[in-house]
Design a protein around this ligand. Structure first.
Ligand SMILES: CC(C)(COP(=O)(O)OP(=O)(O)OC[C@H]1O[C@@H](n2cnc3c(N)ncnc32)[C@H](O)[C@@H]1OP(=O)(O)O)[C@@H](O)C(=O)NCCC(=O)NCCS
Length: 180
């Protein structure tokens, strides 16, 4: 069992290049499975020891608002569902960051605790600790990842992950997995 893994999302644009559609690295996210992988530290509220923890999600600026962040989040959740016996997943989100906050709320994350205002004295932004209880699923098709074509791309990825730098094809978005 790894301490952490990094998921990588690739975007295949609509433009045809010489070698077909151009594929570019679009975003990344880290999934930590225990406290050695997690980078959360006091005085911010920390998740329970060894809980699955999602962090450092980022999508390339020109590729934002295309659903890539959402796919990275769903792929992270599916990976946790498959790899961890603990189904409560935690993450931190800075209070001023509307984009990720909206995404996490839309995905069902709730605020557990918020940094004290005193954290500002340490020149840090206030953060929410957020948590979601993942559903126990018998098969990926019963998870909330089934549905549209785009979502099925992400599902295709999660069914096929391995410990190598495998990249799985789908129409516009590809995802790969690199051990942390
Ligand atoms: C947060 C981030 C990863 C989202 O990636 P993205 O690919 O643009 O997000 P998606 O297109 O998948 O959007 C998913 C949902 O997030 C929310 N969202 C995304 N961008 C938003 C914005 N600019 N304003 C408000 N809500 C936004 C929406 O709820 C959206 O759902 P909708 O399209 O149905 O409204 C991206 O904005 C980013 O890299 N931000 C900088 C790094 C960062 O803040 N990381 C999070 C650390 S906690």
């Amino acid at each position: 069992m790894p301490h952490a893994v990094t998921l990588i999302g690739f975007y295949r644009g609509k433009e045809e290049g010489e070698s077909g559609k151009e594929v570019e690295l679009a975003g990344t996210v880290e999934v930590c499975f225990d406290k050695r992988g997690a980078n959360a530290s006091p005085p911010s509220p920390t998740p329970p020891k060894n809980s699955p923890y999602i962090c450092n999600m980022t999508v390339k600026k020109p590729l934002r608002r295309k659903g890539i962040g959402w796919h990275l989040l769903k792929a992270s959740e599916e990976l946790i569902s498959q790899m961890s016996s603990l189904k409560e997943v935690y993450l931190h989100c800075r209070m001023i960051d509307a984009a990720p906050f909206n995404m996490y709320r839309k995905a069902g994350y709730n605020i557990i605790k918020t940094d004290s205002i005193l954290i500002l004295l340490m020149l840090q932004r206030r953060k929410h600790l957020m948590c979601k209880k993942l559903p126990v699923v018998d098969s990926p098709s019963k998870s909330d990842m089934s549905g549209s074509d785009e979502e099925l791309c992400s599902l295709g990825f999660s069914r096929s992950w391995t410990w190598s730098n495998q990249v799985v094809n789908c129409d516009d978005l590809q995802s790969g997995l690199v051990p942390g």
